[in-house]
Design a protein around this ligand. Structure first.
Ligand code: MN
Length: 218
């Protein structure tokens, strides 16, 4: 079970007096109350940090389990995309879009590239065995059905053997959402929330900051 302790690394890496990212307080407070019902959510954030990448986050066990996908997701089932696990993020992070200061951890611009609900494919329906998402995470074999705006259908996350650092692969499953001709990472670059590109968010935030500094102290 992902308790609050799973967010210690997230908190240790960040100075919340400097970054606009959400702290873990909201998740901590909510956990004391009853957990929200409804389907779990996923988000894919495009993040222009020292290198541009995509952060894939799945709500599992009351927190956002996270992977860095250097090349972003594919809709082609023949393509395997490297997915490197990173620290759990609080659920509030799914709403985050903005600019992290350059000298802070993960400094750079973030947009919500895709988001939506998802379901566990291994939910005991049809021929599927019933295996919880927590168990699939532990086993290194996760199968989810995404109801995103850009991405739909089944995706498998598979942990690979070997090496000292854990590596996973993100693979589109064969279904109606699969399409080898699509390349949403390049053809659909805008935020599904604000309609802005990474460059537009970066420019608007820097203009706003300059405006604040120029503002007369009346
Ligand atoms: Mn990132």
């Amino acid at each position: 079970m992902a308790g609050d302790s799973s967010l210690r690394e997230y908190e240790r890496k960040r100075d919340f007096s400097r970054t606009p990212e959400p702290s873990a307080d909201g998740q901590r407070n909510r956990k004391r109350k009853s957990r929200g019902a409804g389907r779990p959510r996923f988000v894919i954030q495009e993040h222009d940090a020292s290198t541009l990448h995509y952060d894939f986050r799945l709500e599992i066990g009351g927190t956002l389990k996270s992977w860095v996908i250097p090349k972003g997701p594919s809709t082609d089932p023949r393509v395997k995309r490297l997915a490197l696990p990173t620290e759990d993020h609080p659920l509030e992070y799914a709403e985050f879009e903005g600019v992290i200061p350059e000298d802070e951890y993960g400094g750079g611009t973030v947009i919500i590239w895709d988001q939506g609900e998802f379901r566990n494919i291994k939910d005991g329906s049809g021929d599927h065995p019933k295996i919880s998402l927590e168990k699939q995470l532990e086993d290194g074999q996760i199968e989810v059905w995404l109801h995103g705006e850009k991405l739909q259908g089944g995706y498998a996350l598979i942990r690979t053997d070997g090496g000292t650092k854990e590596r996973w692969l993100l693979i589109k499953m064969k279904d109606d959402g699969a399409d080898a001709r699509r390349n949403p990472v390049s053809t659909q670059p805008r935020s599904v929330v604000s309609g802005r590109t990474i460059a537009e968010v970066a420019k608007q935030e820097s203009d706003a900051t300059r405006g604040e500094k120029r503002a007369p102290s009346s």
